[in-house]
Design a protein around this ligand. Structure first.
Ligand code: AHG
Ligand code: MN
Ligand code: MN
Ligand code: MN
Length: 307
């Protein structure tokens, strides 16, 4: 049978969404349309990433984004494609992207009810060497009544209706406890006490358990993807140089925390459940510890002991 070697009953995001929509005959299909535009953006980025070397898409665009990062050509191109796809869906009203300093307010003739926060290309430092990279998105519903304002996207992560990522170049439940820790250890000299203690425990466990393996790719999408499949913990903690860590709340921390919780894991900022955070600025950052429930629980205990 061909089916022995290949999967022939193909589940795609479009098929899944259409199936779900059928279960809700009262729905207007707005969300399905929005998702199909996100999928369109992902397909474009996928093909651009795959031929980046040939299509002269490798390298810097020459600009710096509001985060002070040098933009890669693919950061700029992916952002443009997503903004255009989302606006033309007619279902969005506010867009927040890593690559744009200001939020985009969709003109009233093309306006819909959804707010989309996204990282068009995550892991862009890995583009030129062919390591996995991806797109991250989160979706909110605009609050009722009146003109849309920034407050519509400055909402706690738990209010997200949906979140997702698409990985390029290369239904999860995550194990309760994992054997992997994932962190940029080059920052260790600047870590706070609980982070340092936790990573020390990963390497030299005192309770007779075996030490964890270190895996760190440096693309959040790829590191979180592995964590969803194999379990363990991914952390981008605060350090003395970056008191809020590096990762951005709206389009990195929230969507990935949302997915981690949906898969049975936890996401913690060092102070609280990540999804309870209420962001004050669109590009705000937060420390993040996410992954298998028991592993994140250990981090929480170390921070609680600190107080
Ligand atoms: P982006 O490429 O969207 O700017 O995100 C980069 C982020 C994230 O993907 C990753 O977890 C982290 O930066 C890696 O940072 P370090 O190089 O400091 O380890
Ligand atoms: Mn960036
Ligand atoms: Mn990113
Ligand atoms: Mn990015």
């Amino acid at each position: 049978h061909a089916a022995d070697a290949y999967r022939t009953d193909l589940m795609t995001i479009t098929r899944f969404v259409l199936n779900e929509q059928c279960k809700h005959p009262e729905s207007r299909g707005d969300f399905s349309i929005l998702l199909s535009h996100i999928v369109l953006g992902c397909k474009f980025v996928c093909s651009a990433v795959n031929k980046a070397g040939l299509a002269k898409l490798i390298g810097l665009a020459g600009e710096t984004n509001v985060q002070g990062e040098e933009q890669k050509k693919l950061d700029v191109l992916s952002n443009e494609v997503f903004i255009k796809a989302l606006v033309s869906s007619g279902r969005t009203c506010i867009l927040v992207s890593e690559e744009d300093e200001e939020a985009t307010f969709v003109e009233s003739s093309k306006r819909g009810r959804y707010c989309v926060v996204f990282d068009p290309l995550d892991g862009s430092s890995n583009i030129d060497c062919g390591v996995s990279i991806g797109t991250i998105f989160g979706i909110y519903m605009v609050k009722d009544g009146g003109e849309p304002t920034l407050d519509d996207v400055l909402q706690p992560g738990k209010n997200m209706l949906a979140a997702g990522y698409c990985m390029y170049g290369s239904s999860c439940t995550i194990p309760k406890k994992g054997k992997i820790y994932s962190v940029n250890e080059g920052n260790a000299k600047n870590w706070d006490g609980p982070t340092a203690k936790y990573v020390e425990k990963c390497k030299f466990p005192q309770d007779g358990s075996s030490s964890k393996s270190l895996r760190y790719i440096g693309s959040m999408v790829a590191d979180v993807h592995r964590t969803l499949l194999y379990g363990g913990i991914f952390l981008y903690p605060a350090d003395k140089k970056s008191p809020n860590g590096k990762l951005r709340v709206l389009y990195e921390v929230f969507p990935m925390s949302f997915l981690m919780e949906q898969a049975g894991g936890q996401a913690f900022t060092g102070k609280q459940r990540a999804l309870d955070l209420i962001p004050q600025k669109i590009h705000e950052r937060s420390p993040i510890f996410l992954g298998s429930s028991d592993d994140v629980e250990e981090v929480k205990a170390l921070y609680a002991a600190e107080e």
